[in-house]
Design a protein around this ligand. Structure first.
Ligand code: ADP
Ligand code: MG
Length: 500
């Protein structure tokens, strides 16, 4: 076990961090059955700042049993939607009341700037619970007139019931740890499901704190179970478990495919929110100052560790040099440092593994003939820092254009006209998001229709709201997060037909 240094840890977090982190199963905080823990790192220093319990298949087994009991016979199943709604709302309130602590935990664990953690991650997480609390009381089926041609003169009353899918496994990533938990838990709770949640091994801390808040809110035992641990063990056990009715996953497309295979055993329902390589398109009639700032933000926000990051920048020919120079200038001036430094605009990547992955893409891109007009390398200092990078002379045969880098690296390419642009923009196995910068509203609408993406932002980027569905076309996923669309992931439709 590594030694724990606490130099980078804010004093207010030290008592939380020094107490042993446990698994949350059936309303109790328990050690992993194996007794094992794993190290938690501060990405800005590469130092160990705590430990989390290493849950595996044995702990998943207990968590599933607790979730099964809570769903099949516990108080959750007999609670009214209105009672459920109040508990979910309370979780939102508690997140808000503990916003500073949660934001600090997020910065410590993930590396992101503290102001971003508070304004985006924590605020959106609270809002997600409240938005979904509202839905709990508004889930309804419909009455359906039927004809039944083979029963002449028959009279029927038919309607649908919307019922919770049951016990759900939720596996989430490390880029927005608390917010991804909120996106997953909110709709599952609103629909009356029970949950086994597995946060990413890189960032387990805020989920543990959220578990405490869920308990404080009065959510009954076993409704939410939280298993910290690794993907190959705890995650795989969730995906394969035959008493889990549905699995919801956010992460890499590669692991998404493994989840689908593992889910085949009991044909559990699956929703996936996966990778992206989103096109961000700047036309020569755009407000260039806004578009350039927006293009930089689209890729450098959250250190580029955003599935919908605008990582392929398409710029109309006549303004290509100007836009590339503008985005590069912003990149060169971004303050990169610890998320706790109030000057910092971009923090470290989340882990050494991620740093190596991004570094590998930078090397490959430069070797393939792309040219860095900003950045191009990791920073030579402790922590997982990489320079915000703009690569020009990129072409579609290069891995930096085809593959998701999940780092602050944008590949810039020129385009001549709409027809050329649409085929370039859609030339990807992904289809998560797209950005369009233009003053021509008709062109914007036309392109919004032609681009194969689950979200299209026009003259803005990375705008998320609890009410707005988010998810992918093509290999970016199945199903939608947020909005009332997300409820569908957690509901079954039952048709009831009565002969009158
Ligand atoms: P990354 O490689 O960027 O960390 P992953 O897709 O591997 O992204 O991780 C996202 C989430 O999926 C994490 O919670 C991780 O633990 C989990 N995970 C990884 N591998 C598996 C797997 N084989 N089965 C289930 N979950 C997994
Ligand atoms: Mg992985």
């Amino acid at each position: 076990m590594s030694t724990i240094t606490t130099s980078s840890v804010p004093e207010s977090l030290q008592s939380f961090l020094s107490s042993p982190k446990k698994l949350f199963i059936d309303g109790d905080w328990v050690a992993a059955r194996s007794g094992k823990c794993f190290d938690v790192f501060d990405p800005s220093t590469d130092q160990v700042i705590g430990q989390a319990a290493e849950g595996d298949a044995a702990d998943v087994e207990l968590a599933v049993a607790a979730a099964r009991k809570a769903f099949d016979s516990g108080p959750w199943s007999s609670m009214t939607a209105s009672q459920r709604s109040r508990l979910i709302w309370k979780v939102g309130d508690l997140i808000e009341q503990n916003a500073d602590e949660l934001a600090q935990l997020e910065t410590l664990d993930n590396g992101k700037p503290l102001a971003v953690a508070k304004a985006a991650d924590v605020a959106l997480a609270a809002d997600m619970f409240r938005y979904m609390a509202g839905w709990a009381t508004k889930i309804e089926g419909s009455t359906i007139p039927v004809n039944v041609p083979y029963v002449p003169g028959g009279e029927f009353h038919a309607f649908t019931l919307k019922e919770p899918v049951g016990v759900v496994g939720q596996i989430i990533p490390w880029n927005f740890p608390l917010l991804m938990a909120a996106w997953k838990l909110g709709p599952a709770l609103a629909t009356g499901c029970t949950i086994v949640l597995k946060p990413a091994e890189q960032t387990p801390l805020s989920a543990v704190r959220l578990g405490e808040l869920i308990q404080e809110a009065g959510v009954p035992d076993g409704v939410v179970n939280i298993i910290t641990g690794f993907g190959e063990t705890a995650g795989a056990a969730i995906a394969a478990h035959d008493q889990i009715d549905k699995v919801a996953f956010t992460g890499s497309t590669e692991v998404g495919k493994l989840i689908v295979k593992a889910a085949a055993g009991n044909l559990k329902k699956v929703t996936l929110e996966l990778g992206g390589k989103s096109p961000n398109v700047v036309y020569d009639d755009a407000d260039l100052d806004t578009a350039i700032a927006g293009a930089a933000d689209a890729i450098f926000f959250n250190q580029g560790q955003v599935c919908s990051a605008g990582s392929r920048l398409f710029v109309q020919q006549g303004i290509y040099d100007e836009v590339v120079a503008g985005v590069s200038e912003i990149a060169n001036n971004l303050k990169v440092g610890s998320g706790f430094d109030s000057e910092t605009q971009m923090g470290p990547l989340v882990s050494r593994e991620q740093l190596e992955r991004v570094r590998g893409y930078l090397k490959a891109g430069l070797a393939d003939g792309a040219e860095a007009t900003a950045g191009g390398a990791a920073l030579d200092q402790p922590g997982y820092f990489v320079q915000p990078t703009v690569l020009k002379n990129a072409s579609k045969s290069m891995s930096i254009v085809r593959e998701e880098i999940f780092g602050p690296v944008v590949a810039a390419m020129p385009f001549a006209n709409d027809a050329e642009l649409v085929s370039q923009a859609n030339d990807s196995s992904y289809g998560l998001a797209a950005g369009i910068w233009t003053r021509d509203i008709s062109k914007a609408h036309r392109l919004a229709k032609s681009v194969k993406a689950g979200t299209v932002w026009i003259n803005c980027y990375s705008i998320f709201d609890a009410a707005l569905p988010f998810g992918g076309y093509k290999q970016s996923g199945w199903g939608r997060e947020m909005g009332h669309a997300a409820l569908e992931n957690y509901l079954q439709t039952k048709s009831v037909c009565i002969s009158l």
